[in-house]
Write a protein that binds this ligand. Structure first.
Ligand code: FAD
Length: 412
């Protein structure tokens, strides 16, 4: 492919990739035919599937958090279609959209920008600097681009308990985010266990609780209820984020500051209320213990817990969250081979003002990073929709100046 064909390639078409692509078009930094989104699952396909897999009906964030640049776009969309009843009251801040309203609005926004025409249905496997441009290696072949925005979320890096790693492939044990897991395909009378006590497990367990099927939740820690994922001061990307930037880039100290700020695994009150109802109505059992050993036994799985109890289950679903955002296959590949700088546990060294990944010599590369992998710059809301909005501000400003420089006539 001619290297001049694409100005920006966005890798990942989730909330971040879609929002960033729209922001670049909206700012008129380029035309749609100079933009490409590399995404194997279709625009927002991965996020939509995750919501369905754990039974998320309503988003946690307010209605001003969505993929359009106009904060009131979703509310106006709902009003025009008589769907304001899908804006659910919240105990903090604005109402929250149902998942179906959020995705219908997102599909409408993508259509308005004709984003589908930019999609390459493929997974990126590597990104290399070649001269003054980048080559994105994909399962559909190499793509040449001037700039790249990496927006792959956790890049399919999921946390799995140690005992699950040694089970044979035929064991009926999976992770809730396995593309093959479908809660609607769980048999009506199956005995099913759910591992975890965070927000995902708390949504999945009542979803699987049906008449005739009483799932068991294995949660080792007490439930934690919080409306948001971190304090609201982090949402404004002001003083607390400036303090974060006072720590060395991609350092252990920054990593710790983000972990401490984030209420990981905490569930919002509406999720806890649904879980409590299911428990009170005996539609769900709760085991306050940890599975220590699991064995496959003729199509079932036998688990032995720390408290000495054992159970035989038809299926076990691990709702044990995500692993390090720097350990997805693409990030591992990039950092193994490139001249890009990485820090503590493989975190990319990003420029705090622009989100550009720095090279080992300190100069900024042509690769921007958004989403959870940018959490050491944007803080605990980096992965959220609001994090995409903030990343959009930084990337549009930085790319705008860079493109102007690229396009201005070179002095003789
Ligand atoms: C069930 C659930 C509910 C949530 N609710 C909220 C909420 O209410 N509010 C909120 O702010 N946040 C919420 N979040 C957090 C949420 O993850 C983010 O807001 C958002 O989905 C993150 O977007 P992303 O684009 O960074 O990542 P993702 O949604 O994970 O998208 C990344 C995309 O990159 C693609 N990709 C990965 N690797 C490659 C590759 N090698 N090549 C090409 N493409 C690749 C994937 O297929 C995927 O489509 C929720 C998360 C979950 C799981």
């Amino acid at each position: 492919m001619d290297r001049d064909e694409t100005t920006v390639t966005v890798v990942g078409g989730g909330v971040h990739g879609v929002h960033l692509a729209i922001r670049l078009l909206e700012a008129e930094l380029l035309e749609a035919d100079r933009l490409r989104i590399v995404e194997p699952d279709g625009l927002l396909g991965g996020f939509r599937r995750k919501c369905a897999q754990c039974g998320t009906d309503e988003l946690r964030s307010p209605y001003v958090h969505h993929v359009s640049p106009d904060p009131f776009s979703l509310r106006n969309f709902a009003r025009r279609r008589g769907r304001v009843d899908e804006l659910v009251p919240s105990d903090v801040g604005s109402d929250r959209p149902t998942v179906s309203l959020f995705f219908d609005h997102a599909a409408w926004v993508c259509e308005r920008y004709d984003l589908e025409s930019t999609v390459v249905r493929a997974a990126a496997t590597d990104i290399e600097a070649v001269g003054d441009h980048l080559v994105v290696e994909t399962t559909a072949g190499p793509l040449s681009t001037e700039w790249c925005v990496l927006a792959v979320g956790h890049g399919r890096s999921y946390a799995v308990p140690e005992w699950a790693e040694t089970l044979p492939p035929e064991a009926p044990v999976c992770h809730v985010w396995d593309p093959a897991f479908d809660p609607d395909a769980v048999g009506e009378t199956e005995s099913v266990g759910i591992v975890g006590g965070g927000i995902t497990a708390a949504q999945l367990a009542p979803t699987l609780a049906q008449p005739g099927r009483e799932p068991t939740m294995f949660a080792r820690s007490p439930f934690r209820v919080e409306s948001l994922e971190a304090g609201t001061d982090w949402m404004h990307f002001g003083g607390v984020v400036d303090e974060l930037h006072g720590l060395p880039s991609a350092s252990r100290e920054r990593a710790r500051a983000v972990v401490e700020a984030r209420y990981d695994g905490a569930m919002p009150p509406h999720v806890f209320a649904r879980l409590r109802r299911a428990l009170e109505r005996d539609r769900l059992s709760l085991e306050r213990t940890e599975i220590e050993v699991a064995t496959e036994a003729g199509g079932t799985v036998v688990v032995t817990c720390r408290d000495g109890t054992a159970r035989c289950l038809d299926r076990l679903v691990c709702a044990t969250g995500f692993d390090s955002p720097y350990d997805g296959s693409l990030l591992r590949r990039i950092r193994a081979e490139s001249r890009l700088a990485t820090g503590y546990r493989g975190a990319p060294v990003l420029d705090d003002e622009t989100l550009r990944w720095r090279r080992r010599d300190g100069s900024p590369s042509r690769l921007f990073v958004t989403g959870v992998a940018a959490q050491q710059v944007l803080g605990p809301f980096a992965r959220n929709v609001i994090g995409a909005r903030r990343a959009g501000d930084l990337v549009v400003a930085a790319l705008g100046s860079a493109l102007e420089r690229d396009r201005s006539p070179k002095p003789r």
